[in-house]
Design a protein around this ligand. Structure first.
Ligand code: C2E
Ligand code: MG
Ligand code: MG
Ligand code: MG
Length: 289
């Protein structure tokens, strides 16, 4: 018999649950080892200005490669990392590695204003030194807050999360730009959008997926765009996969987007090649002689 924590009811312990628990334990062990053996890496997915096609930066996405199981999806390992607290050391690893990569790109591609978006889980915001450590790290490696954006989920904005709220105020005070990730799927109240200076809303890909086929989805996207415009907040449409979706969004006045139509998340080598090809070509036309 297994006891659920909230309601103290008893439910039958099925063999299938045992398998799930065993898999989770295995994953937790894997995560711990991977972290200390350096099996994580960062992938980078371009974020693009929809009217010019120019990339404006990248979202940093953690990847885990296991020698036996191959690639393990973040949809799988992030929830386990959050439950076990491993998301904290993992999050710092992702950030430190992103700083290192950005320094290298700055050296390699002089004058290209690259911005990296870092995902931050609500669990990470429970660390009382979170904002401070971000500031200290940037100071140490000589990078500025405007080289980054922090992507937080709507649940980080909930009023009844006072510890997270304190860190959000500290992050605003160091002026690091904040994005709301997967916007439209959570329950953030509109008043919270005023409380912290939110730079960007990222519309969840579930809305984009059906934007050309479902009037309900396209109306929701139009509403989010109007809200963002009224509040002077940028919008990124996530999960653009087709030309039709791109054109639809551009016609609605959506300024930025991200998705397989432009590029899959890339390893650092492929991302460097992407910058070389697209940034240098489109932003800095080469003389044709
Ligand atoms: P997210 O932050 O919303 O990231 C976008 C996800 O959508 C990524 O999945 C990306 O690969 C995927 N994606 C991008 N374009 C398309 C598209 O056109 N179509 C479809 N179907 N998918 C697209 P990924 O990399 O598997 O990451 C899943 C989630 O895991 C992320 O969602 C984020 O919430 C979390 N995550 C990933 N890396 C980190 C990290 O370093 N820290 C934290 N806290 N969370 C992370
Ligand atoms: Mg994100
Ligand atoms: Mg997202
Ligand atoms: Mg997501």
């Amino acid at each position: 018999l297994a006891k659920t924590r909230e309601d103290k009811r008893y439910i039958l312990f099925e063999p299938s649950m045992q398998a799930i628990i065993a898999e989770r334990l295995q994953l937790e062990t894997n995560l711990r080892q991977a972290l200390y053996q350096g099996h994580f890496c960062n992938y980078y997915q371009p974020i693009v200005n929809l009217s010019t096609g120019h990339p404006v930066g990248f979202e940093v996405l953690a990847r885990l490669h296991n020698p036996e199981q191959g690639w393990i999806s973040p949809e799988k390992f992030i929830p386990v990392a959050e439950e076990t607290g491993l998301i904290n050391p993992l999050g710092w690893w992702v950030f430190d590695e992103a700083c290192r990569q950005l320094k290298q790109w700055q050296k390699q591609f002089l004058d290209i204003p690259l911005v990296l978006n870092i995902n931050v889980s609500p669990i990470q915001l429970k660390q009382s030194n979170f904002a401070n450590r971000i500031r200290e790290t940037l100071k140490k490696v000589n990078l500025e807050v405007h080289h980054f954006k922090l992507e937080i989920t709507e649940s980080s904005l909930l009023e009844n999360f006072p510890v997270q709220t304190e860190q959000l105020f500290k992050l605003s005070s160091i002026q690091i730009p904040l994005c709301i990730d997967d916007f439209g799927t959570g329950f953030s109240s509109l008043s919270r959008l005023h409380e912290f200076p939110i730079a960007t809303l990222k519309i969840d890909r579930s809305f984009i997926h059906q934007i050309t086929t479902s009037p309900k989805h396209s109306s929701t996207v139009q509403m989010i765009l109007a809200l963002a415009k009224a509040l002077d907040i940028d919008v990124v449409a996530e999960g653009i996969e087709t030309m039709e979706q791109l054109e639809f969004l551009r016609d609605l006045g959506c300024e930025f987007g991200q998705g397989y139509f432009f590029s899959q998340p890339l390893d650092s080598g492929d991302a460097s090649a992407y910058i070389k090809r697209l940034y240098q070509k489109s932003t800095y036309p080469q003389p044709s002689c």
